[in-house]
Design a protein around this ligand. Structure first.
Ligand code: HEC
Ligand code: HEC
Length: 388
């Protein structure tokens, strides 16, 4: 159990799979992908018993597993044989729940094809809502209680066009001003930082290091007890890497919409980049976060179609939350980053110093304690990780 629990929470630090889907090609559900410069292996090339989720890269396959787990409220090993907890090979073994899940995937595909023009409108979560057995009866508790809020921006409701100060561009500009302004940001070339990292069910914090540069590269290196874990983006390609207990392959490429979502997260350290990254910007109806912060919502899309929602504190103008979605064969995969603290660095720029990243199979909390601006950073920090 220990391995799987740590896996669940450390698998992708904010990186679950993601591409546009192509529905209705025979018995398989496959993803399509912009041509990748480096060939990324497909799930069926890496795993032994993939019958339905074929033609998608490994990161998207694992993101799909997160979607199934979250929709049914199950741990990885609940749907896989017990032995899979300590042996990645045993995930290939079939059991009743796995077989039923395959049937359900085919059923969902049929429902969407027959009734929703092939759009992924119905997902596992539509019926299961976090439970292994869906409720056939409406719940009286829910009827007369007050259910918690859903993710803002899902689906995004665009507000009527308002005064210019509330345009999406103005809200982005307000954030830029709140962290120091365009001029100071232009002088920021990079950040090197040290701090701590803790995953959802880790017993204690682990040391973490972070390097990021103004041209959008970043590496996060966590020294977790099982070994070092990397999340690297070199400006074009991205990888996650870590000890074999934590993931089925030591190094997994981050692909498609997930990769562009990751790049957008990195832009948050150099937020003048956000306006270039995101297009079709629109403003949503203001919302209130769980901690009662009032926020203004802006949503946009990256070139590859990753939908990103930004929630700006209505009072300070600072970015408080970033929500991003990426496609998978079973439904949209959500990643949410909550920025709870910014710290001023040399040059008068404020950068995120505390944030929590949550996705469908894990949640991690970061806290940077030493943040150095504009120190030289070796370019080798951003190359594909190699594990010792
Ligand atoms: C609701 C059931 C369910 C849950 C929960 C689930 N899986 Fe799966 N898993 C499946 C099914 C079904 C397949 C086979 C998919 C196919 O045939 O296309 C599979 C296949 C796999 C494979 C490929 C194994 C091989 O070699 O063929 C791996 C690895 C895997 N799952 C890992 C995980 C991990 C890790 C988690 C937790 C994040 C997880 N699964 C949660 C149902 C589930
Ligand atoms: C249209 C509604 C609906 C959708 C959509 C749906 N399910 Fe189900 N699922 C059910 C119902 C109803 C049952 C319970 C049947 C029963 O009580 O035996 C069930 C049962 C299951 C079970 C068996 C649970 C058990 O304890 O035996 C699994 C596993 C499962 N679903 C997986 C999935 C997965 C994975 C998806 C998405 C690909 C999905 N379901 C989508 C309605 C749905």
């Amino acid at each position: 159990m220990g391995i799987v629990r740590s896996f669940r929470n450390r698998f992708f630090s904010g990186a679950t799979g993601a591409l546009m889907l192509v529905w209705g090609c025979g018995a398989t559900i496959s993803g399509s992908q912009a041509p990748a410069p480096n060939a990324v292996p497909m799930a069926e090339q890496v795993f032994k018993n993939v019958q339905i989720l074929r033609g998608i890269p490994v990161d998207q396959f694992m993101g799909t597993m997160g979607f199934l787990s979250a929709s049914l409220g199950l741990n990885c090993t609940d749907c896989h044989v017990d032995e899979s907890g300590s042996n990645w090979d045993r995930y290939a073994d079939d059991n009743d729940l796995k077989r039923t899940s395959r049937r359900m995937m085919a059923m969902v595909q049929m429902i969407n094809k027959a009734s929703f023009g092939g759009q992924p409108v119905v997902t596992c979560n539509t019926c299961h809502r976090g439970f292994r057995k869906p409720n056939v009866m409406p719940s009286l508790n829910q009827l007369y209680g007050s259910p918690g809020p859903d993710e803002p921006g899902d689906p995004f409701v665009a507000a009527a066009v308002g005064p210019v100060k509330d345009s999406p561009e103005a809200l982005l500009d307000r954030h830029v001003a709140a962290v120091g302004g365009t001029q100071r940001l232009a002088a920021l070339t990079g950040i090197s930082a040290k701090g701590t990292y803790i995953a959802f069910d880790d017993a204690e914090r682990s040391p973490v290091e972070l390097w990021t540069t103004a041209n959008g590269r970043r590496t996060v290196l966590a020294h977790v007890p099982a070994g070092d874990s990397y999340w690297t983006y070199d400006g074009t390609d991205g990888w996650i890497a870590g000890p074999p207990t934590d993931r089925p392959m030591p190094i997994i490429a981050v692909t498609g919409q997930e990769l562009e979502g990751l790049a957008t997260e990195i832009d948050v350290f150099f937020p003048t980049r956000l306006k270039q990254r995101l297009r079709n910007l629109r403003v949503g109806i203001p919302a209130v976060l769980e901690d009662d912060t009032e926020v203004n919502l802006v949503q946009g899309q990256t070139a590859g179609g990753t939908v990103v929602t930004l929630c700006f504190d209505a009072e300070t103008g600072l970015l408080r939350r970033l929500v991003r979605y990426a496609q998978s064969p079973v439904g949209r995969l959500v990643t949410r980053v909550d920025y709870t603290e910014y710290k001023e660095v040399a040059g008068g720029v404020r950068v995120p110093s505390k944030w929590t990243t949550a996705w469908l199979s894990g949640r991690t909390h970061y806290e940077l304690t030493e943040i150095v601006a504009n120190a030289p950073i070796d370019g080798a920090r951003f190359t594909k990780p190699t594990l010792k």
